[in-house]
Design a protein around this ligand. Structure first.
Ligand SMILES: *[C@@H]1O[C@H](CO)[C@@H](O)[C@H](O)[C@H]1NC(C)=O
Ligand SMILES: *[C@@H]1O[C@H](CO)[C@@H](O)[C@H](O)[C@H]1NC(C)=O
Length: 800
């Protein structure tokens, strides 16, 4: 009876009093019944007539009825049986809600006599309602960081039924996190308590079933689903899939080349799980080379990657989530080499110029070769053209030496351009080259060489002293002073006279000058040696023979040997009176010191006592009778003979020939002074005899000489021979036999030769002959030794 506890405001005091009265009436109701709610109509609640002891038959008459102050009647009286019956459905929850007990008050009225009975009908509750939560679904958001023991209120379930039929207990579906703390009380909520800490990353949502159960029979239950959404807390940092990433990329990869993609994950969600990537703790240099996409984690090369600068980079990458937690990883970027560097050649030392006599195997240059690439790309090979007298040797690592490998000759090749090509081992390979220019320096290794094996110079006698005769040329291919040729005469004698008194040579030009005038009649040729010497140190030289041939000039007029020239003595030939035409009367003997045409003599009678009586052989000089001599002819005949050589212009000499036509020497008038008129016959005969003897003797000797000359291949110089005849073949005493005889001419000639204007020249010639023509040797044998000095004229030219 909890109603009594109801408190009312003063305003409602009257109503409260009335309510109190009604309850009092109920309490003091005449009669009480109870019926479960929801009973079917016609259900008999109780027997009114029986309880009130009424006469059933009279009920109708007395107009028995049940009154209920309400819209519905709920109950009525069965007039036939006098029972109180249910008229319509009674819902306790509608009538009383949660009030308990639920009592409906009826009045049972009878008339005639009026009678009123209060009926209290208690509506008994039946469990016809299940517990019910205000919502079907409860959404709850709990931070994952919530501590254990945290409580969360859930609106409780209601059951319209009352008492035991109302909610008696709650059950929470099985879960690992929450337990129920349900004190069944007047509280309008139940609490769930967090028992284990939450992890959104493990389970982001929980669904719990909370069931309320009433105590009816059968029990009824109602449940609600509690969806618990775990709210993320940034309790996880980004984690990279690898601690260290390695990537290899070729150098020279274009900018923007993607290298790799790092990836970090964060179990948190939303901003807490949103990762941004950064390059961390990198040098400025590295930052200039690499870029990471903040969102995708893709690393790209943005600078020029050069293996030669760095072969690898270590980049630290940081990943940061929205809540500020960070994770790290390392990226190793290896730059692999590309053959992008040609080898570089550095000449470390070079010998220039190279002496041409350098032996093989001498280092002349040292070069250093480098290639900045790596591995095979940096393996450098060096080579040079093969046809050079050099070779490359590789000595120490990266160093090559150029050494001489074959003899050099500056005179053939004075300069070498050596192209050194360095090639690396890449594919394709790169190469570079350098040209070394070498000059070959001179060594005096070539002597001057004359252009000709020997030189001959022909010079006409009586040349002007100082005139140039010929020139010699020698070439020396060496350089500068090593190739500068200086000419000189090799000191020697020509017939005991230093050659320098004959010739001089211009040391620079090689032009040979005559120092003096030559005389063909003195000597016809000689040899000198010219030395060509270079200016090297030591100098080299060579020599050549220059043969000087002196050519004849018609500078000598014929010399009459017989008869002796007029004025010196009288020479008279005896001509027999009986001489017939053609008989030899006399002979003019003349020589010419010149040679050849210049010495080719011709004889002519220019004047005669009796022209037509005598004739002279043009070249033989033989005077013959042209006709038979007759008595009428004058006894004394005088002939003027001109001897002329064949030179240009020709020179001539004349001589007188006295002929005495007589058979008796006594007829010769005067021997001492021969005239045309008188001569004693005896003397004439004597003279004739002597002349004949001497003529024949001379002829005989000349014949012998001629034979000897003919036997020798190269006859003696005529001039020498002519000179030699008198001294060599005339016994000295023989010449003295008759001072006035024809032989005297020989003697005289000898005297003339030794006392003439050209004595010294002749002496020179004699001394020359003395050494080369000893008296006891044959001329022919000697002449072989004197080949070059002997002219080849034969005896005929003398006119014999
Ligand atoms: C000439 O040759 C000598 C060695 O024989 C050498 O030392 C010198 O340098 C050469 N002179 C020139 C001008 O080349
Ligand atoms: C002249 O040359 C020859 C060889 O050509 C040599 O034997 C001789 O010694 C040389 N004479 C001089 C004086 O140089």
């Amino acid at each position: 009876m909890s109603v009594s506890t109801t408190s009312c405001g003063s305003k409602w005091r009257l109503q409260c009093a009335m309510l109190l009265l009604a309850i009092m009436r109920a309490c003091f109701a005449d009669i009480r019944y109870s019926v479960p709610e929801e009973t079917k109509a016609k259900h008999v609640i109780g027997s009114l007539s029986g309880d009130l002891r009424l006469d059933v038959k009279r009920l109708r008459v007395r107009k028995a009825r049940v009154d209920y102050h309400g819209e519905k009647r709920y109950c009525g009286v069965d007039l036939d049986s006098g029972d109180l019956i249910v008229l319509e459905r009674i819902d306790r929850e509608t009538l009383c809600e949660t009030t308990s007990p639920c009592i409906l008050h009826f009045e049972f009225i009878l008339e005639n006599p009026l009678e009123l009975h209060n009926i209290g009908l208690e509506i008994q509750d039946i469990n016809d309602n299940a517990p019910l939560f205000p919502k079907d679904l409860i959404k709850l958001e709990i931070s994952e960081s919530a501590t254990t023991g945290s409580r969360y209120k859930i609106a409780s379930a209601r059951d319209l039924d009352v008492g035991i039929n109302s909610v008696q207990s709650y059950v929470l579906g099985q879960n690992g996190y929450f337990v129920l703390d349900a004190k069944i009380s007047k509280e309008r909520y139940v609490e769930i308590v967090l028992q284990n800490s939450l992890d959104r990353e493990k389970e982001g949502e929980h669904s719990l079933m909370l069931t309320a159960i009433d105590g009816g029979n059968p029990r009824r239950s109602g449940s609600v689903t509690i969806n618990i959404l775990i709210i993320d807390v940034n309790d996880n940092g980004p984690i990279f899939s690898q601690a260290v990433y390695t990537v290899t990329v070729f150098e020279n990869s274009p900018q923007g080349t993607s290298l790799l993609k790092v990836s970090a994950t964060d179990k948190d969600e939303g901003a807490n799980g949103h990762i941004t990537y950064y390059i961390n703790h990198a040098s400025e240099n590295t930052k200039r080379l690499f870029n990471i996409d903040q969102n995708s984690g893709e690393i790209t090369a943005i600078g020029e990657l050069d293996h030669e600068k760095a072969s690898s980079y270590e980049v630290e990458i940081q990943a940061e989530d929205g809540g500020g937690q960070a994770g790290h990883c390392k990226v190793l970027v290896e730059i692999s080499d590309i053959n992008d560097n040609a080898p570089t050649i550095t000449v470390k030392s070079v010998t220039n110029p190279i002496p041409e006599n350098i032996p093989a195997g001498i280092e002349i240059a040292v070069i250093n070769v480098k290639d900045q690439d790596h591995g095979e790309n940096s393996r450098v090979k060096c080579n040079i053209a093969e046809n050079l007298p050099f070779k490359l040797q590789s000595s120490i690592k990266n160093y090559f030496t150029l050494v001489s490998s074959a003899p050099l000759d500056r005179e053939q090749i004075s300069e070498y351009d050596v192209t050194i090509i360095a090639t690396d081992g890449g594919t394709p390979s790169l190469s570079s080259s350098v040209i070394l220019s070498f000059h070959i320096s001179d060594i005096n290794d070539n002597p001057p060489v004359f252009e000709e094996q020997s030189y001959s110079s022909y010079v006409t006698e009586n040349n002007k002293p100082g005139s140039s005769m010929c020139s010699v040329t020698a070439r020396d291919p060496d350089w500068r002073q090593n190739g500068t040729v200086v000419y000189s005469l090799l000191p020697s004698d020509v017939n005991g006279v230093p050659v320098s008194s004959f010739l001089s040579i211009n040391g620079d030009t090689g032009v040979i000058h005559a120092v003096r005038a030559f005389d063909y009649e003195q000597f016809r040729s000689f040899k000198v040696h010219v030395v060509a010497r270079d200016n090297g140190s030591p100098p080299l030289s060579s020599n050549v023979t220059v043969s000087v041939f002196i050519t004849d000039e018609n500078d000598n007029s014929p010399q009459i040997l017989y008869p002796a020239p007029a004025g010196n003595s009288l020479m008279t030939e005896m001509v027999p009176k009986a001489a017939l035409a053609g008989s030899l009367v006399s002979k003019v003997i003349a020589v010419d010191a010149d040679s050849g045409q210049n010495a080719w003599l011709s004889y002519q009678i220019v004047k005669s006592t009796d022209p037509g009586l005598f004739t002279i052989g043009l070249h033989s000089g033989e005077i013959r009778a042209q006709r038979d001599i007759s008595e009428s002819d004058s006894m004394k005949q005088n002939l003027v003979i001109s001897v002329k050589d064949n030179g240009q212009p020709s020179l001539s000499t004349t001589c007188d020939v006295y002929l005495l036509i007589s058979d008796n020497l006594a007829e010769v008038p005067e021997l001492k002074d021969m005239t045309y008129e008188d001569s004693s016959k005896l003397t004439s005969y004597l003279i004739i005899a002597l002349v004949s003897v001497s003529t024949f003797f001379l002829t005989f000797i000349i014949l012998i000489l001629a034979v000897r000359f003919c036997r020798s291949r190269k006859p003696r110089m005529l001039f020498d021979g002519a000179v030699a005849i008198p001294s060599a073949y005339f016994p000295p005493n023989y010449a003295e036999v008759d001072g006035a005889g024809t032989l005297r001419s020989s003697y005289n000639y000898d005297a003339y030769l030794t006392t003439g204007s050209r004595t010294s020249d002749f002496k020179f010639a004699r001394s020359y002959n003395d050494s080369t023509l000893p008296a006891d040797q044959t001329l022919g044998k000697e002449s072989k030794d004197q080949d070059s000095l002997v002219d080849t004229k034969d005896l005929n030219e003398v006119g014999l």
